[in-house]
Design a protein around this ligand. Structure first.
Ligand SMILES: Cc1ncc(COP(=O)(O)O)c(C=O)c1O
Length: 380
């Protein structure tokens, strides 16, 4: 078989995506940032840059040079995990290279055969992949619907199942910008098992000192939280926070943790400084909430038919893929980095602009974007 023949199925698959208007490509950074997850504007902040310089001057290595269980366990990483556990109010924290792998790692390690992994239907791809590769039975419940979650568990119990139930949710949904009913879910978890809260888009922004929306639940033996370092915290990596026993179990049993090079110790230095920033620079959270409020007011005035999420993630549902991408393109031409999101990232028929409010944009930019939306997207 020639290499052209071998590549044919891949080429045909890509051509199929082109026909559907779903072919993706990598695009550079252009325009005012309404697309990143750098919500607090920390990714290029002098404090994080200095933290890296200081760490290098102090002899912190660039690479971990091995798995955590071998030579890759650095003092910087251990100190950061201890500090993060204290900051978030958890018994222990464990670092990973990113939120995707941390979700995958937790879901393929902790839920056991005979357990049920019950996830919100709009959970992130990493939750879906972890569920698919894990040992537990998997079911989902309607987005944000605790009663439906309880019904699914009741039916599963009625079928004679006695295992633990692992409820997996996001605290602030990445593509919808809405908030999970965490207290009710925690009550359900108290009856049946565990609650795993992915705080990817809430860490740094909500709760005292940016501890997240699940801050009041941290420290409970049956609650695990995932705090990513690559979004509001301005670096990269993630922390799984929870009971010391579960973290120790991960160290012993989690293949993506054991058989992987540890995250760069420089990211531990960045994460540690970011935690200090969260405590010391509350104005960043306040400024961001100011952006959210201003954008909400502008949208309500200019495009009153639209639903406003009320958070820094503002999805504007257009519907058809092609229309969505065309609208995004026209907004980009005006100097705003606004991206269209299509299936399979979001459900069919709900293609949208995902507007992300960050401190990389000024209040004037936020208002100009609302004006531009009104001009380019006059919906009857
Ligand atoms: C809800 C959620 N969880 C996890 C992740 C993955 O985190 P990371 O980008 O650190 O791999 C993302 C990333 O977009 C996310 O939105």
């Amino acid at each position: 078989m020639s290499s052209a023949d071998r590549l044919k199925p891949y080429r045909e698959n890509l051509e199929g995506l082109t026909r559907q208007g779903r072919r993706r490509g990598l695009a550079g950074r252009q325009g005012v940032d309404f697309a990143s997850n750098d919500y607090l504007g920390l990714a290029q902040s002098p404090r994080l840059v200095d933290a890296v310089r200081r760490a290098l001057d102090d002899g912190v290595p660039v690479g971990a040079a091995g798995s955590r269980l071998l030579r890759g366990n650095t003092a910087a990483q251990e100190a950061f995990e201890e500090k993060a556990a204290r900051h978030f109010g958890a018994e222990a924290a464990l670092g990973f290279g990113g939120g995707y792998v941390a979700n995958f790692a937790a879901l393929t390690t902790l839920p056991q055969r005979g357990d049920l992994l019950l996830m919100d239907e709009l959970s992130h791809a990493s939750t879906h992949e972890g569920a698919r590769a894990g040992r537990a039975a998997v079911q989902s419940f309607r987005h944000g619907d605790v009663q439906h979650a309880a019904d699914v568990i009741a039916a599963w119990r009625q079928a004679g199942n006695r295992g633990a139930v692992w409820i997996a949710v996001e605290s602030l949904y990445s593509m919808d910008g809405d908030i999970a009913p965490l207290d009710d879910l925690a009550a359900l978890a108290d009856e049946h098992g565990f609650l795993l809260v992915d705080e990817a888009h809430a860490t740094g922004i909500y709760g005292p000192d940016g501890r997240g929306l699940a801050h009041a639940l941290e420290g409970r033996g049956n609650v695990l939280t995932l705090h990513t370092l690559g979004k509001a915290m301005g670096g990269s990596g993630a922390l799984l926070c929870g009971a010391g026993c579960l973290v120790d179990f991960m160290v012993n049993r989690c293949r993506p943790f054991i058989f992987a090079t540890a995250p760069s110790p420089l990211m531990a230095a960045v994460g540690s400084e970011a935690l200090d920033i969260l405590r010391e620079e509350a104005w960043r959270r306040e400024d961001l909430q100011g952006h959210v409020q201003a954008f909400g007011e502008e949208l309500r005035r200019r495009l009153p038919h639209l639903q406003f999420s009320g958070s820094q993630i503002v999805p504007l549902i257009v519907g058809p893929d092609v229309e969505t991408m065309e609208l995004a393109r026209r907004i980009q031409e005006r100097g705003f980095d606004v991206r269209g999101i299509r299936p399979p990232t979001v459900p069919e028929g709900t293609s949208r602009l995902r507007i992300s409010l960050t401190l990389n944009a000024t209040r004037a930019d936020v208002i100009r974007l609302a004006e531009t939306l009104e001009e380019l997207w006059p919906v009857s």
